[in-house]
Ligand binder design. Structure first.
Ligand SMILES: C[S@@+](CC[C@H](N)C(=O)[O-])C[C@H]1O[C@@H](n2cnc3c(N)ncnc32)[C@H](O)[C@@H]1O
Length: 226
C-alpha cells in the first residue's frame, strides 16, 4: 500500500508537509484494492463503511475529508448528503487529487477536491458539520497531529462531529510496516489529543487484528466539538 509514499517538501503542485504524502493515483487504488482484498480480507473497505455509518450524515450537511487520498470516502459522503449538501476533500498529493476528481466526474458527483494539508486548512472558521479522516493520522508526526486537530476544531461548527479511523497497535508492528506507520498512536494517545483539541464527548470503537490476515487492527473515534 506504500510503494509510493514520500515526505513532500513542495514538489510541483504539491503541498509541503512533514506528513507522509502518498502518490500514484489509479495505481494506488489498484494496489490498495489488491492489499485490502487479499491481505486485509476487506477490512479497509469495512473501516470506511463504518466511518460513514458513525458519521450519521444527513441530507444538506457540509463535510470535509482530510487526507482524502483518491477520494473514495468523500464520494460516499457526497451520496449521503445529497444535492443540498457539500463535500470537500483535501490531500497534499496533486496526483491523488487528480485521481479523486476523475472518479467524481465519472460518477457525476460534485465534490470539491483541493491540494492542501491538515495543518493549515484553507477554509473559514465554523464551515463544516462533519470532518472525516481515514487511515491518515498515522502519516503524521505527533506535533502535526495536534496542529491538525486544532485546525479541524476551528473549521467545525459548534457541536460538529469528527470521525477518525486509523491503524493502532504501533508497538506490535515490525519491519516495513513499523517504518511506514511510525506516526501510529495508541488509541488512548489519540483520544487524549482529540480531548485536548476541545472535543467531548468521545466514543471509540475497535477493529481488532483479524486472524489469517495482515490487517493490523484499527480504531474509530467519534467526537463532538464542545
Ligand atoms: C493511507 S492514505 C489514506 C487516504 C484515504 N483517506 C483513504 O482512506 O483511502 C493517507 C493520506 O494522508 C495524506 N497526508 C499525508 N500528510 C498529510 C497532511 N499533512 N495533511 C493531509 N493529508 C496528508 C497522504 O497523502 C495520503 O493520501
Amino acid at each position: 500500500m506504500h510503494s509510493s509514499a514520500r515526505h513532500s517538501h513542495g514538489a510541483a503542485n504539491e503541498a509541503p508537509t512533514k506528513g507522509l504524502t502518498m502518490r500514484g493515483g489509479w495505481r494506488y487504488d489498484l494496489h490498495g484494492w489488491f492489499i485490502d482484498t487479499f491481505r486485509f480480507r476487506g477490512q479497509g473497505r469495512e473501516l470506511r463503511r463504518r466511518t460513514a455509518m458513525l458519521a450519521q450524515l444527513r441530507s444538506g450537511e457540509q463535510v470535509l475529508d482530510v487526507g482524502c487520498g483518491t477520494g473514495t470516502l468523500a464520494l460516499e459522503a457526497r451520496k449521503r448528503v445529497g444535492n443540498a449538501g457539500r463535500v470537500c476533500g483535501i490531500d497534499p498529493s496533486s496526483e491523488q487529487i487528480a485521481r479523486a476528481r476523475a472518479k467524481a466526474n465519472r460518477h457525476h458527483l460534485s465534490v470539491e477536491f483541493q491540494v492542501g494539508v491538515i495543518e493549515q486548512l484553507d477554509f473559514p472558521d465554523q464551515t463544516f458539520d462533519v470532518v472525516l479522516s481515514t487511515l491518515m493520522m498515522h502519516h503524521l508526526p505527533t506535533p502535526l497531529k495536534r496542529q491538525g486537530l486544532s485546525e479541524i476544531a476551528r473549521v467545525l461548527k459548534p457541536g460538529g462531529r469528527l470521525i477518525i479511523a486509523d491503524f493502532t497497535h504501533k508497538k506490535q508492528r515490525q519491519g516495513q510496516g513499523a517504518r511506514f506507520h511510525a506516526g501510529g498512536s495508541d488509541l488512548q494517545d489519540l483520544v487524549n489529543m482529540v480531548t485536548e483539541a476541545g472535543f467531548a464527548p468521545i466514543e471509540t470503537e475497535e477493529m481488532p487484528p483479524l486472524r489469517f490476515s495482515a490487517f493490523p487492527g484499527a480504531a474509530l473515534i467519534r467526537a463532538r466539538k464542545s
